[in-house]
Design a protein. Structure first.
Length: 225
């Protein structure tokens, strides 16, 4: 199978996932209305292409801009991509190096999971991962622009509760990632540190504190045997 054939197969199989990504994109576009300009919204989708991080950044966006907090928070959230990329490495050994590097920009959680299944079965090449990422990218950017347009018709998204979507998105992601009882200590650690930081430090630092504490708890509890 050629990489072009794998790419086309990845786009087709990734289409249902992309539809789901598009729903988040619409919400993101609406929520940028009172936070980002239209060019900033477009660039954030084209250049960043990291839905969860972009949504988190909106919640942190204020003046003066907490640049370091946004960078650290998004870095922690996206650390998982290092592990995801490492898992792809064995299947990219015989592929064109620059094609593999280019593909990593488009790698998203859903596409990665779908691609790993195909890689293990030996039914796809690196182009498959690129295909899943590109179709998600197209839907994400297009949906965000549609949401931005819709947002212009909603003077105050908060008035109808759309701002709660930020919380709902993270709750949904958390629920979908929950692996059972072994995750409970990690969740409690993140929650406790976030609450303490919120009470005694204030601002948005509780997000960073909870993320770091939860990440460390997860690392310490990881079974290395």
């Amino acid at each position: 199978m050629t990489n072009f054939e794998s790419f086309r197969k990845g786009m087709i199989m990734g289409l249902p996932l992309a539809v789901g990504v598009g729903t988040y994109g619409v919400v993101y576009g609406i929520l940028t209305q009172n936070v980002l300009t239209t060019p900033e919204t477009i660039l954030s989708c084209l250049i960043v292409y990291a839905g969860v991080s972009q949504i988190l950044a909106l919640d942190l966006w204020q003046h003066p801009l907490p640049v370091y907090m946004i960078i650290l928070s998004t870095f922690i959230i996206n650390l998982r991509h290092m592990l995801m990329s490492a898992s792809v490495y064995p299947y990219a050994l015989n592929e064109n190096r620059w094609l593999s590097y280019f593909t990593m920009f488009f790698m998203v959680d859903e596409g990665w999971a779908l691609s790993m299944g195909e890689f293990r079965k030996g039914t796809a090449r690196i182009g498959f991962l690129l295909g899943t990422g590109v179709i998600n990218y197209i839907f994400w950017v297009t949906a965000a622009m549609a949401g931005r347009t819709m947002g212009a018709l909603i003077p105050s998204p908060e008035a109808i509760g759309i701002d709660f979507t930020l919380t709902a998105v993270f709750l949904t992601i958390g629920a979908g990632s929950f692996r059972g009882r072994k995750d409970i200590p990690i969740i409690l650690t993140a929650f406790i540190f976030a609450v303490i930081t919120y009470q005694f430090v204030g601002g948005k630092w509780y997000i960073l504190a909870g993320g770091i504490a939860g990440g460390l708890a997860g690392w310490l509890s990881y079974d290395r045997s």
